[in-house]
Structure formats: C-alpha cells, structure tokens
Design a binder for this molecule. Structure first.
Ligand SMILES: Cc1ncc(COP(=O)(O)O)c(C=O)c1O
Length: 408
C-alpha cells in the first residue's frame, strides 16, 4: 500500500477509520496492535463469552426485553435507582438526544469527544469552547468554567470527566461545586464514559438533588465490547422519563440485553478488570517516559495523551507506525483544540507496550541516539497554577466556527 493510500485511509472527518477498515485495507500484512481505541482489555471474562455462544440461538430468535428491564439490570450493576437510568444504544444515542434538546448555547471544553462538538454544529446550536491549555496540563478550574458559561449566557454545559483525549479530570468535589454554581442552566452534563478506569467518584447519585444534572455513560469501553452499543444516562426521575420517552422502542438489541442481564453475575471480575487497566496504565506511562522527545500528560482514563517534539508530523508518524510495525495510533489533528502534534494512545497490555516503545524510539530517532540516551521523555507533573485561564480576547469570545477551528 502506498504512503498516499495509507494517509487517505485516515482522511475521515472527526473520527478514525474503524478497526475493520484498517484491517481490510491490508496496510499491514501481519497482526495489528491497536493503541487507537480505548477499551477494557481485561473484560469480559471467557465464561461470559461462552455463555453468549451457548445461548446465541435464543438471543437472536426472540425480541429483547423492554427499557424497564434493562434499567433494572444497569441499576443492579451500578447501585443506582433504576428510575434515574435511561438505557441507550451506546451513549452516543443519549448525546444526540441531549444536543437535539438543547435550547440555547452550549459550552464544552476542547479537545473533547468529537460528537460533543460536531452535533451542535450539525444542529446549528451555538457552541462556545473552553480551550484546555497545554501549559496547564490540559486541566480546567471550576471558576473558569463557571465564568465562561455566564459570560456567554449558555444554557448547557458539557464536561467529560475524565476528558477524552487528554485524560485530565475534575474531582467529585469540583464537579459538585460546578453543578451547585450553575443551578439555573437547563443542563449540566457530565460525560463519565471513562470514569470506571479512574479512582474518581461518580456524580451520578447527585442527580436526585440536582434536576439539571445529567450523567452520560458509555458502557462499551468498560465492558470491553464497543460493538454491543450500550450506554445510559442518569438523571432526576422526571427528566429521565422525558428522555426515555424520546428514544426509539427496542433501542437495545438482544445481544446487548443479554449482556446487561448476565454481567451482574460478574461484578467482581468487572471491578478487578479496572484495577488491571490501572496497572497497565502505570506500566505504559513508565515505559513511554523512557522515549526521549515525548511529553506525557497525567491521565486517569484508559489512554494517555502525548505530545510529539515540535515540528514532528503526527500524521506521518501514525502512517509509519501502521505500515512498518502494524501499530495503530490515534493522532489528534481532527479534534478541535488539538493538533497533529498530539497522539492519544489507548492503554494496552505490557506485551503490546514492549512493541510500541522500541518502535517509537526508532521513529523519534534523532532524540534517541546514543548521545541522547540519557535524556528521557517528560511526564508532566500535572501541577497547576490556580490562576485564571481565559480563552479568547477581551469581552465575550465568539461562538465557535467549527470549520475554521477543526485543526487548531
Ligand atoms: C467521552 C466519550 N463519550 C461518549 C463516547 C461514545 O461512546 P458509545 O460507544 O457508548 O456511543 C465516547 C466514544 O469514544 C467518548 O469518548
């Protein structure tokens, strides 16, 4: 495959090509190692896969259960009241609904999961970004978020916690302070899709006392099965009911329904899998820190955000890693507020990391020569100044023009 063909494979808007598209392209002849899609590699246990195989005939033959059954099962898994849960065909279904319902401007931080920036554009809802700054370790302060929301008169705030792709986070205390500072907004949405991989507390139990708080949660990342298309929202019961009423009947397919029903038997394995991912993240962080020229940022998610040396093309590096080593990585130039200087590397097993690290050393050659061997990559401490972070210039910065900013 030519270099141009490999580059074209990735020339898709906002997202990466699917794993299947890369595999089918034969860009690499051997087995691919995926650092692109952050997914739990320590779940599901083989017993659960075997149960599916055994029951597949029935799973596919019959109609699945109704929403209330799924919500009861999610409640059993999460210890949340079922009446606050809205089951969805992936959290993207909920994200779509919430953006469609938004009346007035949305504030969100960038870079972030692209649906949170692309949907407002598609729906012509004004979007005001808060730029996560490199010099602040991509972290945000509660006060700057509140100020931005008030300055632009937004009706909806969306914060992903931990954030994709940076891995930066707010503590539960900070989320509580954020929500209680914005009681008049229509929605304070916290996307906790990666929170299971962290030691952060969820804000989901707060919805009962905060009618404008909505938690969005993808389950595919945690279950290790994105293809199931499972997610949910948590909201105050009346809000939950109004969201539920707008979703299609039978939005949860039979296979996903079966997993929801049976996964509660594997609660311990589920919890333990996150401990194993955290250990993988530590190993990967340590090993990547030995690659001179890379800058790593603290992450509580199952991916690491890394900066390449100034002037190095992330796109070219991505293509070389795929063609020469079968390594798939996510370069972040098509995320608003990011650039091709950044890679998001999904946490992988130690065996896979031991393939990635020498490949990166070789590709970042001039930083990793014998002479430079003592210079190791930098892990930023995440220590932050508490000063004000402002985006834009004087007055209220304009709403985002996505077309102009996609590559910034
Ligand atoms: C922060 C965030 N929220 C939601 C999603 C969508 O997940 P799902 O597969 O449940 O639709 C993603 C996907 O990457 C994500 O990064």
């Amino acid at each position: 495959m030519s270099n141009e063909e490999v580059a074209n494979l990735f020339n898709v808007r906002s997202h990466n090509p699917s794993f299947f598209a890369v595999k089918d392209s034969k860009a690499y002849q051997g087995e691919l190692l995926d650092f692109c899609i952050p997914v739990n590699l320590h779940f599901p246990p083989p017993e659960l896969s075997q149960m599916i195989r055994n029951d597949l005939g029935e799973i596919l033959r019959y109609y699945p259960d109704y929403a209330e059954v799924h919500e009861r099962h999610i409640g059993e898994l999460t210890d949340l009241p079922p009446e606050t849960i809205v089951a969805a065909n992936g959290s993207t279904e909920i994200i779509t609904l919430l953006c469609q319902q938004a009346k007035g401007a949305i504030v969100t931080s960038v870079p972030t999961f692209s649906r949170w920036t692309d949907l407002p554009e598609e729906l012509q809802v004004p979007l005001y970004p808060i730029l996560r700054k490199r010099e602040h370790g991509f972290r945000l302060e509660v006060d700057e978020i509140v100020r931005r929301v008030k300055d632009v008169g937004a009706r909806t705030l969306v914060i992903s916690n931990p954030n994709n792709p940076t891995g930066a986070w707010l503590t539960l205390e900070e989320i509580k302070r954020l929500a209680s500072s914005l009681p008049d907004l229509d929605s304070v949405i916290i996307d906790e899709s990666f929170i299971d991989f962290s030691d952060l507390g969820t804000a989901a139990a707060r919805v009962v006392d905060s009618p404008n708080l909505v938690i969005v949660k993808s389950m595919g990342k945690s279950l290790g099965w994105h293809g199931l298309r499972l997610g949910y929202a948590v909201a105050e019961p009346r809000r939950a009911q109004s969201l539920r009423a707008r979703l299609p009947f039978w939005n949860i397919n039979g296979l996903a329904a079966y997993v929801l029903k049976t996964v509660t038997h594997f609660k311990q394995e589920f919890r333990e899998s996150f401990v194993r991912v955290a250990a993988d993240r530590r190993y990967m962080t340590e090993r990547l820190s030995t690659v001179a020229g890379l800058t790593l940022y603290p992450s509580k998610a199952n991916f690491l955000f890394v900066a390449l040396p100034d002037g190095m093309s992330g796109r070219k590096l991505r293509d070389r890693l795929l063609k020469n080593y079968g390594l798939m990585v996510r370069e972040c130039s098509n995320k608003i507020g990011s650039s091709e200087q950044y890679l998001r590397l999904a946490v992988q097993t130690s065996a896979a990391v031991d393939v990635l690290v020498p490949a990166l050393r070789k590709e970042l050659g001039r930083f990793n020569t014998a002479q430079d061997a003592q210079i190791t990559g930098t892990l930023t401490t995440g220590t932050l100044t508490t000063g004000t972070i402002t985006t834009g210039t004087a007055g209220v910065p304009p709403a985002l023009s996505v077309a102009n900013n996609r590559h910034t």
